[in-house]
Design a protein around this ligand. Structure first.
Ligand SMILES: [Zn+2]
Length: 99
């Protein structure tokens, strides 16, 4: 993935995982640009914000898959599905999808 992929039409805003506000940016103590949420004092570097939001997307995609598996299993008396369908993880940065 390119670092400055500015015209990616499939991009989605990254949101604060704690209050769901769109992330802003500020200059860190060492002059580095930090991204995050002023209300929650939830800041990190661009790479880390993207990494965490990416993990969130992966997690949501797995949960979506689990939910459809669960629906399929419900319609069958033979199959049963016991996978996780709700996230128990907390992500400091999320995105509004699609997943
Ligand atoms: Zn926040």
């Amino acid at each position: 993935m390119s670092d400055d992929d500015q015209d990616n039409t499939t991009s989605h805003p990254i949101l604060c995982g704690l209050c769901k506000a769109p992330v802003g940016s500020k200059e860190g103590a060492d002059g580095e640009t930090l991204y995050g949420c002023a209300d929650c004092d939830n800041w990190d570097t661009k790479d880390e914000v993207i990494r965490i939001a990416g993990e969130y997307v992966t997690d949501q995609a797995q949960l979506d898959l689990n939910r459809s598996m669960s629906d399929i299993a419900k319609g069958s008396s033979v199959m049963s599905f016991s996978g996780q369908t709700e996230s128990t993880k907390e992500f400091r940065f999320v995105t509004d999808g699609p997943f």
